[in-house]
Design a protein around this ligand. Structure first.
Ligand code: GLA
Length: 697
């Protein structure tokens, strides 16, 4: 890992919307940015109607002035193409480019994302405004990065989308027999005899077709990517030295396969807004950062130049592009982040490899739909707690430039597959509680709480550096994925598979002969029946824990029980099992253990795999993440408790430039980043023998 810029600084700043403010405010903004040591701002994300007030009539003078001001202030610009929000004139001129819902309702302008990305008029207009910006600003000294669009993630069912979907299907399936087989169209008389009969998955009287729903998402991922790539190519043609990115939005509603997209961006950029108010926010933050780092491994490799990464071999990079200065979005209300929390969230990302910490947004607007969204400069102005914390964060990030020499390395691989997550949400599944992101988060949370770092991988990623592979409800598996898991086990790797992993093929057709078809031999078992649980239901497990969401009738075919079900129809039957596989062990969870049990179990699984936590002596509530490389080792310690905490460590506490001689005392809610001296050895212990005994409670 290396820094993005040759001044070595981490990125700090956020979305800046000068189009919402008078020119006098711009000058104050630059002065305040300098005070906070802001060095990168994203400009123009939603400025289309101000850049092109009428078709082909551009008003760019104000942007010239803003870019010059920022440059004079020493602030780099991620210049956005404004294509996530076409102006009203565009929608009126091209009503066919407005999006249509699955129910056939044509949506209206008056918000953002008011386009269909398959509509030719929209694509042409997007290319045109991108080309205009490229021609004018590709060599502007302030511009260091292109930021295409905003949070690609829309779908549409209009005639343009439908025609494009058919073309995509022809390309992917070749002929109708293949499509009919993939979608299992003999079921409910859906057999297609002409491509013209195939539509997008519109609203239907009853359950839709799972294969069609999956392909629709894949189609949108590819279509949105094509929309991004055509803008990227225009921008790159204007100045090949300027890197290009787009900010990812996370969530299972997003029809984007981010890992695949990473090959097309110069920098993986993610937006992250936790939804939990309690400690869950920190756990969500850690997961988002681990996901981003995993995607970055698929990225275009660029090395550092004065202006930013250049297209030569080098480590992939990622950046937290948006986060909230003082707000957690929960259902129905927003929660103000407590003092210190903004910094902890930012540094949790930096600890996991982010090239800095960026925010939505610089200054809180007086009006508009997001008028109460937090900002580094809040409505009350700079004489505020939030702005003071922003200034302090800027100082801290400046002190941490050296950490970019270190990479996060983990021995646990946690698998995630976007399409599996989509499929678990489809109608007709045995439970509406199934949620791929929640399963990923539960496994990640268990590792996080047990103090183990992990890398998020996608099926097919190299696994040689990992001792343990975890598959949390990775529902879809083709032969390649099954072979990928098998090869890991055959190479002596350990494996943990949770329920519903490997149950269906990439079109959602069930692998027959007993679940989970793709892995039952490796796991030494066969699942005969599902017993999904109600939202408020739990099953008791031997060892004192409970299971939620799901339970199953498991037959052992070589595996041994670790926990059994207690009571109910599954009384005494295996709930959690393990199976010796050469040098490794393959564990199976037929239910979702409660958090305490999951953590205990993963601790045992990791111990069996010969792994040790990142910082075994860190007290509960203190998160430890290590970045290490040839030039040293940096330990991030984040105290998420409301009490001071002591951690045994030796080195230099970079944030306060003070030696840590054997112990560091973290203030309540505080952070320390230690340059470790001497650097520690890897967190792998000798593999202990498998005991064959049930785990202690
Ligand atoms: C997203 C968008 C921003 C803003 C924030 C609000 O990340 O990119 O424009 O809407 O959400 O949290």
């Amino acid at each position: 890992m290396v820094g993005m810029w040759d001044d070595g600084r981490l990125c700090y700043g956020g979305d800046y919307n000068p189009e919402q403010w008078p020119a006098a405010t711009w000058r104050e903004d630059v002065a305040l940015m300098r005070r906070a040591r802001v060095n990168l701002v994203t400009v123009g994300v939603f400025a289309w109607s101000r850049l092109e007030p009428a078709p082909g009539r551009y008003d760019l003078g104000w942007l010239d002035e803003v870019l010059d001001l920022l440059h004079d202030g020493g602030i780099r610009v991620a210049l956005a193409t404004p294509t996530a929000s076409p102006p009203p004139w565009f929608s009126l001129a091209h009503p066919d480019a407005l999006p249509v819902t699955a129910d056939g309702v044509r949506l209206h302008h008056g918000s953002r994302d008011t386009y269909c990305a398959a509509a030719p008029a929209y694509r042409a207009a997007a290319r045109s405004i991108a080309a205009t910006l490229a021609a004018r600003y590709a060599h502007h000294p302030a511009v260091a990065l292109w930021h295409v669009h905003n949070e690609y993630g829309t779908t549409c069912h209009c005639p343009h989308a439908e025609a494009a979907f058919r073309r995509w299907l022809v390309e992917h399936h070749g002929d109708l027999d293949t499509l009919n087989a993939a979608w299992a169209t003999s079921f409910w008389s859906q057999h297609y005899t002409d491509w013209a009969y195939v539509s997008t998955p519109r609203a239907t009287q009853y359950l839709g077709n799972p294969g069609q729903l999956l392909d629709f998402r894949r189609f949108w991922s590819d279509t949105l990517l094509a929309a991004y790539v055509e803008q990227r190519d225009l921008l790159t043609a204007a100045n090949p030295a300027l890197p290009v990115t787009t900010n990812y939005v996370l969530g299972d509603w997003v029809p984007v396969d981010h890992a695949r997209w990473a090959a097309e961006v110069d920098l993986v950029a993610v937006d992250h807004y936790p939804s939990a108010v309690d400690g869950g926010a920190e756990e969500q933050t850690a997961l988002a950062a681990d996901l981003a780092r995993g995607w970055a491994r698929h990225g275009r490799r660029r090395a550092t130049t004065r202006r930013g990464p250049a297209p030569v071999d080098g480590p992939a990079t990622w950046l937290l592009m948006e986060s909230a200065a003082s707000q957690i979005h929960t259902t129905g209300r927003s929660h103000t982040k407590e003092p210190g929390r903004m910094a902890r969230h930012s540094l949790s990302h930096v600890a996991r490899g982010s090239q800095g910490a960026m925010f939505f947004q610089w200054r809180a607007p007086a009006g508009g739909a997001e008028r109460f969204h937090s900002a580094l400069v809040p409505h009350t102005g700079p004489d505020t707690r939030v702005f003071r914390e922003a200034v302090r964060l800027g100082e801290h990030l400046d002190r941490l430039a050296e950490v970019t020499a270190g990479e996060v390395t983990a021995s646990v691989a946690l698998a995630f597959d976007a399409a599996s997550g989509w499929a678990l949400r489809h109608p007709g599944m045995p439970s509406t509680l199934l949620d791929g992101h929640a399963e990923l988060a539960a496994a990640h949370r268990a590792l996080w709480r047990a103090g183990y770092g992990c890398d998020v991988v996608v099926p097919g990623d190299p696994l040689d550096r990992y001792r343990l592979l975890v598959l949390p409800a990775v529902y879809l598996a083709d032969d390649a994925t099954a072979g990928w898991v098998r090869a890991h086990v055959e190479a002596g790797g350990h494996l943990l598979v949770s329920y519903l992993s490997g149950v269906a093929d990439p079109y959602g057709r069930v692998h027959l002969g007993g679940y989970p078809g793709a892995y039952r031999d490796l796991l030494g078992l066969r699942v005969e029946e599902f017993h999904p649980l109600a939202a408020d239901e739990q099953v008791l497990l031997s060892g004192g824990g409970t299971g939620q969401i799901w339970s199953e009738t498991v037959h052992l075919c070589g595996a041994e029980p670790v926990y059994t079900y207690v009571g109910g129809v599954l009384d005494g039957r295996p709930a959690v099992t393990r199976h010796r596989t050469g040098d490794g062990t393959a564990w199976y969870l037929s239910t979702r253990p409660d958090d305490r049990t999951y953590r205990r179990l993963l601790t045992e699984v990791a111990r069996t795999a010969g792994l040790a936590p990142v910082c075994p002596d860190a007290p509960p509530g203190v998160e430890a993440v290590r970045r290490a490389g040839e030039q040293g080792s940096w330990l991030f310690l984040l105290n998420h408790t409301d009490r001071p905490q002591r951690v045994p460590v030796t080195g230099v506490d970079l944030l306060i430039d003070t030696p840590a001689d054997g112990t560091v005392v973290l203030p309540a809610g505080g952070v320390a980043v230690i340059r470790e001296e001497p650097a520690p050895t890897a967190s792998v212990t000798a593999t202990p023998p498998m005991t064959g005994r049930p785990l202690p409670a």
